[in-house]
Design a protein around this ligand. Structure first.
Ligand SMILES: [Zn+2]
Length: 341
């Protein structure tokens, strides 16, 4: 097994620590506050990896980077490139990946756009660009699942799993629970349809059950809500004419709007979920799913191949004749793409 080996670590309060970390496994560092976890992982291991990464740049580029102190360690072996995800980063959503949290996904899109030629059969003849490999963009998203990676549908049998019981007394956790806004209007809807909510769900008029599940189709329901006001000084009565979207649409909309996996979990008992059949759960559009990486040793970039397949004999042109530093771009003999990897 390959290892990352740190010998003689003296960063901050560490006193000559030796540690071996296996590659290809999940390793956790635990300890009381102040025991040196961050000093070892972030200020030594990650800092050393960053320094080695920067040392791979051209000296001209390094002039523009803020120099960092070398961590105090005698020897580091087996170290590969590292990515650090700050635990305080609260900008997470169900579409977050290690790539989006670190920003690496944008670079991966660039790499794929440069290295990926046409798919077998040549269904794409335009230039490839990074957005086509990003499921968060219009060009890169799967239009079947809209990037959600799954197809979800609220089902009547999941919303009312016990139709032999009254809907508010054991028949449905959705209508009887706290998640639904429209559930408060159920007695008003029942009154409009002459439905007795003390009867089993399956015994209620079909028109009422359809409206409760599928909505009123824009038709309004005269609703009356009563309760205690916020200061608990008296009762209030609220009357309005309201159109209902129905439980199925309400659940699906609430699930889509839930920002965290924890919030989405509340709605899953009422939803049928399956991996998107078109993108196989990747959320990616057809171009990213069908192009393949250029064969090793290929001397042609994806763009050049795309142009060739499109019947153009014009070579790929650089985006500009000079780099941002004013230096002339040099065509790379390996990738035939001026100034780009
Ligand atoms: Zn999809």
């Amino acid at each position: 097994m390959a290892w990352i080996e740190l010998t003689g670590v003296r960063t901050h309060n560490l006193r000559g620590v030796d540690v071996r970390i296996p590659h290809g496994t999940i390793t956790a560092f635990t300890g009381v506050s102040g025991s040196g976890k961050s000093s070892l992982v972030m200020d030594t291991l990650h800092a050393e990896a960053q320094l080695r990464y920067v040392e791979g740049f051209d000296p001209y580029v390094r002039k523009f980077l803020t120099p960092r102190d070398r961590p105090r360690v005698d020897r580091v072996r087996g170290l590969t490139a590292t990515l650090a995800v700050d635990q305080r980063n609260a900008n997470r959503n169900p579409h977050s990946t290690l790539g989006t949290l670190t920003g690496v996904d944008a670079y991966l899109g660039l790499v794929f756009a440069r290295l990926a030629p046409l798919a077998d059969g040549g269904t794409w003849t335009g230039p490839l660009h990074p957005a086509q490999f990003d499921p968060h963009t219009r060009d890169g998203i799967c239009h079947t699942c809209v990037g959600a990676r799954e197809l979800v549908a609220a089902l009547p049998e999941l919303v009312v799993p016990h139709p032999e019981l009254p809907v508010l007394a054991g028949g449905s956790d959705w209508f009887a629970g706290p998640l639904s806004n429209e559930a408060a209007y159920l007695p008003s809807l029942a009154a409009q349809h002459g439905a007795d909510l003390t009867l089993p769900w399956r015994a209620l008029p079909e028109a009422f059950r359809r409206a409760a599940l599928h909505g009123t189709g824009g038709a309004t329901v005269p609703v009356t809500l009563t309760g205690t006001n916020r200061k608990r000084t008296g009762e209030y009565t609220y009357r309005a004419d309201t159109a209902l979207t129905g439980a199925l649409a309400e659940i699906e909309a609430a699930y889509a709007a839930a920002g965290t996996d924890q919030a989405k979990r509340l709605y899953r008992p009422f939803l049928d979920r399956r991996a998107c059949p078109d993108c196989a759960g990747t959320g990616l559009g057809p171009i990213a799913r069908t192009v393949t990486r250029a064969p090793t040793g290929s001397s042609t970039s994806g763009r050049a191949r795309a142009r060739r397949a499109a019947g153009s004999s014009t070579p790929a042109r650089p985006r500009g004749s000079r780099t941002a530093t004013g230096r002339p771009r040099r065509s790379c003999g390996g990738c035939a793409e001026p100034g780009y990897i």
